[in-house]
Write a protein that binds this ligand. Structure first.
Ligand SMILES: *Cc1c(COP(=O)(O)O)cnc(C)c1O
Length: 381
């Protein structure tokens, strides 16, 4: 293996001012799951996402999805439609609620939830006696899903959408920001995301009331009383003021990070331009503006004389460069196998042929040269 330092898929990239906000928290002793940085970070997010949305900062994107489902009224034995091609955190909160996930295939243009398979599933579930309670749609790798088509189906059957925008802060569709389309939307600030707070998330809410309810649930559901009084089950999901300080600093460099990730995507488009059988996931039309959190490709061995994405992954690894297969669809996961699935093998094939490539906003020219050398070596003969 190469002696050179590791090139990561996506690693934290600090802008410089994060520590100032964290120091302010220490100086004022706001070392608590609330405080000025939490309020400030929420205002930054609201200003960024627009559409009069309200943001509630939480400990993780997973917690945001969980509280989103709770507020959509998802409970025991309900059914929730969920994009199969995603990270398990999109689906796990359905199980936390004692509900059943119904998995939906992707379509080929954005790799996200297929509106036709979605409608087929809704019709079939209704026929079987139960109307699904919610739809979880994901903007995978920062590529917006087919927003108009998906929401048209959702509206037709009056089923609310919980938008998983964990990978899509900074992406937009027809000029409107991802995180503003669903009834609720989840954001993530995990260590590998486009901005990070080390760990954290937010639930984007439709109103101040919905945000207040989110914060109430996230802080152990304390009723108003001098003693501890509870009439709801609560959660300990609120973001700490220290962590929110990192978030405020990261918001100052978010647009810069989006530009740099998009430049990495353009680099791969150029690198694979003349290579038959390799496709880089790219916006299907100008309506789609992806943050390209991760650049992702498919390799079709029938067109590359048998060379596979796994061969490419091994070649990168040899040079100490990280790459990773695409998300393994949820309906193929041992834990979710028994749940219904509607689709036509699109995400199965993506999983078989796909690879995520180093995409960080902190990659250097020398990193890109090392990456390009591997690509050139692999495809030169
Ligand atoms: C990262 C991620 C999540 C979960 O966010 P955490 O902050 O890690 O809990 C959910 N959905 C998708 C698609 C993600 O990529």
């Amino acid at each position: 293996m190469s002696e050179l330092s590791r090139i990561w898929l996506s690693s934290p990239h600090m802008g410089g001012q994060e520590q100032d906000f964290v120091n302010q928290a220490f100086d004022s002793n706001w070392v608590a799951p609330l405080g000025p940085n939490v309020n400030g970070f929420e205002e930054d997010l609201e200003r960024y996402i627009k559409e009069d949305k309200k943001a509630a900062c939480l400990v993780s994107g997973t917690a945001a999805l969980h509280l989103g489902l709770i507020q959509l009224g998802v409970g025991y034995a309900d059914e929730v439609l969920c994009q199969s091609f995603t990270f398990s955190a999109s689906a796990n909160p359905i199980i936390y609620q004692g509900a059943t996930p119904i998995f939906i295939d992707s379509e080929k243009s954005t790799w996200n939830i297929c509106p036709d398979a979605l409608e087929e599933a809704i019709k079939d579930r209704i026929k079987k006696g139960k109307k699904p309670k919610a739809i979880i749609a994901v903007h995978l790798y920062g590529m917006p899903y087919l927003v108009d088509e998906v929401h048209q189906v959702a509206n037709k059957y009056e089923i609310p959408v919980l938008e998983d925008a964990a990978e899509a802060l900074g992406s937009h569709y027809k000029g409107r920001n991802c995180g503003s389309f669903g009834e609720f939307a989840a954001l993530s600030f995990n260590g590998n995301k486009i901005i990070t707070t080390s760990g954290g998330g937010a639930l984007v809410c439709p109103s101040s009331d919905a945000k207040a309810k989110t914060v109430f649930l996230a802080t152990q559901a304390r009723d108003e009383a001098p003693h501890y009084q509870h009439s709801h089950i609560g959660y300990n999901y609120r973001m700490s003021n220290i962590v929110a300080g990192i978030g405020r600093g990261q918001m100052l460099v978010l647009d810069q990070h989006v530009d740099l990730r998009r430049k990495m995507h353009a680099f791969y488009v150029e690198a694979f331009k003349n290579i038959v059988g390799v496709e880089v996931l790219s916006a299907p039309t100008e309506d789609f503006y992806a943050n390209h959190w991760l650049s992702a490709i498919t390799v079709d061995p029938e067109k590359t004389k048998g060379f596979t994405c796994e061969d490419l992954r091994a070649a990168f690894l040899e040079e100490n460069i990280e790459s990773r297969p695409l998300w393994k669809p949820m309906h193929l996961q041992p834990i979710f196998q028994q749940h219904p699935y509607y689709g036509d093998q699109v995400c199965e094939k993506l999983f078989k042929d796909g690879l995520c490539l180093p995409s960080g906003s902190n990659l250097t020219d020398s990193d890109r040269n090392r990456i390009l050398k591997v690509i050139t070596n692999c495809f030169s003969n």
